[in-house]
Design a protein around this ligand. Structure first.
Ligand code: FDA
Length: 317
């Protein structure tokens, strides 16, 4: 109920204004977002790499309403990739893109977003890293996967994201098991109607396990994006049962969520990649993080009454 309300609020401009200008918000946002500038992003990313973690960077922005704005997002990604290369980070750090930020929701947006994604992929190829295409609302799944398939004709390393909340995902997993297919499996952060999506948590998790097994039985590179111990344990047990090499899959988590567990898994020898969002357009991303764990709303309210602390103190959240 609260989850649905928060996801609805993530698309309501009046609420956006209230949340963004609410003073304690900023301190809770800092737990999930690397900062607003490229320098902030590079600093946080470098710190993660120094701790033995990999990263995938997302330049925040899904409210692209003009082609010029989509071009600006594209240029920022190219600038980001060049900065990562200049810092010597492209072996450890890739980027995640949202097609809505690249213009997919505009009239004729499919082609526009595809062209912009091609520009970003060309830069990633030139600089020696990869790109993963985030999954968004269920209405965009077909177009997003079509875009991934088109990009893969030229850039076979492009990553897809599949959401276990959707009924279709079991079949989609079966279509993404070719050698080299990078597939991030997540539960799904967007609300979906019962015609297309599992509503019960238990069903989403059952499907996650089923999909994880399908991906591990294939020849691609599964990327398990979850903070849920039960999902991770299932994936690791299947890795052992199927005799998969330790470096043939990744565990992925979000910046600011279970940071200790990220480091613990990396110390055990697993490849752990952290999703690092940055930019000024953090509102919708932030609201989805609140929706995933309504207890985070409590952190926001508590921040009202606490004295400010340093960002470092908060990073274990
Ligand atoms: P679940 O929500 O059950 O969380 C398990 C435990 O993790 C919780 O009990 C809590 O301890 C902790 N936790 C989880 N979320 C938290 C939060 N926000 N704050 C604090 N603690 C939290 N979705 C999507 O639709 N499209 C996409 O492209 C992506 N991409 C993506 C990349 C990466 C690297 C990750 C980790 C996740 C995504 N997601 C996503 C989000 C994903 O779909 C899902 O909403 C979240 O990962 C939460 O689901 P969990 O599997 O972690 O389980």
């Amino acid at each position: 109920m609260l989850k649905t309300l928060l996801l609805g609020m993530s698309r309501t401009p009046a609420v956006q204004k209230a949340v963004v200008t609410f003073p304690p918000t900023r301190r809770v946002v800092d737990r999930f977002v690397a900062g607003e500038t490229l320098d902030d992003c590079l600093r946080i990313t470098r710190a993660l790499v120094d701790q033995g973690l990999l990263a995938t960077v997302d330049f925040l922005g899904e409210d692209t309403t003009t082609a010029t704005q989509a071009d600006r997002v594209t240029d920022t990604y190219v600038e980001l990739l060049e900065a990562l290369a200049a810092e010597g980070l492209t072996d450890e750090v890739e980027v995640s893109i949202k097609l809505s930020a690249l213009g997919s929701l505009l009239t004729g947006g499919y082609e526009l977003a595809l062209d912009n994604a091609r520009v970003i992929c060309a830069a990633a190829e030139r600089l020696g890293t990869t790109v993963t295409v985030d999954a968004e609302d269920h209405t965009s799944t077909d177009a997003t996967l079509r875009t991934v398939n088109t990009l893969r004709e030229q850039y076979p390393w492009v990553g897809a994201v599949l959401q276990s909340m959707l009924y279709r995902t079991t079949a989609d997993c079966g279509r993404h098991t070719q050698p080299g297919n990078r597939v991030r499996l997540c539960k799904g952060a967007y609300a979906g109607p019962s015609e297309v999506a599992h509503r019960a948590t238990s069903a989403v998790e059952r499907n996650y396990r089923r999909c994880a097994t399908i991906l591990l039985q294939g020849e691609g590179r599964p990327l398990f994006a979850t903070h849920d111990d039960a999902m991770i344990e299932h994936a690791l047990a299947e890795v052992r049962r199927l005799g998969r090499a330790a470096d043939s899959f990744e565990v992925q988590m979000l910046l600011g969520v279970r940071s200790d567990e990220q480091r613990r898994l990396a110390r055990l020898g697993h490849t752990v990649r952290v999703y690092v969002p940055f930019g000024t357009d953090w509102y919708a991303y932030f609201m989805r993080r609140l929706a995933e764990r309504p207890a985070n709303v409590g952190f926001l309210l508590r921040a009202l009454f606490e004295r400010p602390r340093s960002k470092q103190t908060q990073s274990g959240f």
